[in-house]
Design a protein around this ligand. Structure first.
Ligand code: SDX
Length: 429
């Protein structure tokens, strides 16, 4: 196959190099397009534009394939843990037993927040959305580590990465406790990552939360399935901020803000609110499906559709199976799960969704598990952020490790007013 693309513009023909990825993806490299042709490209929403080459995650949206560093998500979901997968994403390889213990110990050593952080928590109203708290407190926490403020460098990276992965969990739990008026529960050194999070969320000073293995595993799976997803909106935001050589915490805080939107990570909260509204209205989902197809209704089938997956999101398949397991294990029957399954069945047999290749995505079922665990709906996107943190860090590191990395600065096509002269206010209509 030719390794060049031909472009005819302005009466001339240009050759543009073609880049082929290890999985056969093809990209036309346009790094010299403006200099040679005087044209830029225009791609609303970047649906056709690659911002980087990356070695971290591969997605085939047509075949429903997702791999972290080459390992299929189905195998990692079945055999790995969130922290082992976090090490894989950040360092590129599955860790040895010793490396995993070293990584886990570093997370344990960095689980605490500086005690003065509590003054920041006190300043939030109890109604503050946990994503607002999370993005603020990630940057607030960085102020207690002056070394972080220097240019990002490799030898301090491992400590800062562990601190961020560990503290994002502690900040999340503290924000939940604050919203309920509960006392702060500190992390325990003898608990592993996900168990410690549940402990900090749900224990009381007089009674430890009962850590059921099936609950810990279900939440660990949720974190693992959210750990990375190539250049999604929030990861691309992290890379954008990192490209200016901002520090790791600032880049991650920006990622939290991008993830918050209901079209992105906020969808898991929107799905449960949608299912609850359908349930409360006595609808079996049929009326809602009609509304979701009607552009004027403003309704969308949240948790459905994806920019890349034009087939089933492999994570949704895994989570759907886990839903049945965790609900039966906890002897819970959730009417919202029945509504979700009914909605899926209707949508997958409806030409509107089939023609647009809209399938359930990772957010469609994840909230059912989080409800079963007792996580409040306003915390769902925070759970997504905890899971996505290793992916953001891995993408930050890819920029840090690239000596040729440049600041990201897209172009635009200007459509505003052409030149005009200033009019003094007394002469304006
Ligand atoms: C995540 O990028 C990632 O990798 C993200 C993520 C990750 O791990 O980081 O996978 C996580 O964000 C998953 C997506 C969560 N969002 C939702 O579930 C919100 C509902 N979904 C949609 O809003 C939408 O499908 C998006 C945002 C996910 C994708 O949007 P696109 O690619 O811009 O698609 P589009 O809006 O152009 O839709 C194409 C057509 C339109 O209809 P037409 O104009 O062609 O007639 O499909 C329709 C849309 O109206 N459509 C929907 C729909 N999603 C798309 N119609 C009803 N319900 C929906 N959910």
């Amino acid at each position: 196959m030719s390794k060049e693309a031909k472009l005819a513009v302005g009466g001339q023909e240009y050759s543009l190099p073609i880049v082929e990825g290890t999985e056969g993806e093809l990209g036309i490299a346009i790094g010299k397009l403006r200099d040679t042709t005087g044209h830029i490209t225009l791609d609303d929403g970047y649906g056709n534009t690659g911002s980087c080459v990356s070695n971290i995650t591969f997605i085939d949206g047509e075949k429903g394939i997702l791999r972290y560093r080459g390992y299929p998500i189905e195998q990692l979901a079945e055999q790995s843990t969130f922290i082992e997968t976090a090490h894989l994403l950040i360092n590129g390889e599955l860790p040895s037993r010793d490396k995993l213990r070293e990584f886990s110990d570093r997370l344990t050593d960095n689980a605490y927040l500086h005690e003065d952080m509590r003054y920041h928590f006190e300043s939030f109203p109890v109604t503050a959305h946990p994503m607002a708290i999370l993005s603020s407190m990630i940057n607030a926490s960085s102020c207690f580590y002056p070394g972080l403020m220097g240019p990002a460098n490799r030898e301090r990276f491992d400590t800062h990465a562990a601190r961020l992965i560990s503290q994002v969990r502690t900040i999340a739990a503290y924000s939940y406790r604050k919203s309920k008026g509960f006392p702060t529960i500190y992390p325990k050194r003898n608990l592993k990552y996900t168990a410690n999070f549940l402990h900090m969320m749900f224990s009381q000073p007089y009674e430890d939360y009962e850590l059921k293995p099936e609950v810990v595993k279900a939440l660990d799976l949720i974190f693992l399935l959210h750990a990375d997803h190539e250049q999604n909106c929030s990861t691309a935001t992290v890379r954008m901020v990192a490209s200016s050589q901002a520090n790791l915490f600032a880049s991650a805080a920006a990622g939290v803000c991008a993830l918050w939107g209901p079209l992105h990570g906020g969808a898991n909260q929107a799905v449960i609110e949608m299912l609850q509204a359908i349930h409360d209205s006595g609808d079996d989902g049929s009326r809602f499906i009609q509304a979701a197809k009607d552009k004027d209704s403003g309704a969308r089938l949240m948790g459905f559709g994806h920019r890349v997956y034009k087939n089933y999101d492999p994570r949704a398949k895994i989570i759907k199976a886990a839903c049945d397991r965790i609900l039966s294990g906890l002897h819970i029957s959730d009417p919202l799960l029945d509504i979700a399954k009914h909605l899926e069945e209707q949508a997958l047999n409806d030409s509107y969704f089939v023609e647009r290749r809209l399938y359930p995505n990772v957010d469609f079922y994840s909230g059912i598990i989080m409800r079963a665990i007792g996580i409040p709906v306003e915390m769902f996107t925070v759970i997504f952020a905890i899971g996505r943190m290793p992916g953001w860090i891995a993408n930050f590191k890819e920029i840090l490790d690239n000596p040729k990395s440049r600041i990201s600065r897209p172009r635009q096509i200007y459509m505003g007013a052409t030149e005009r002269q200033y009019v003094p206010i007394e002469e304006r209509p």
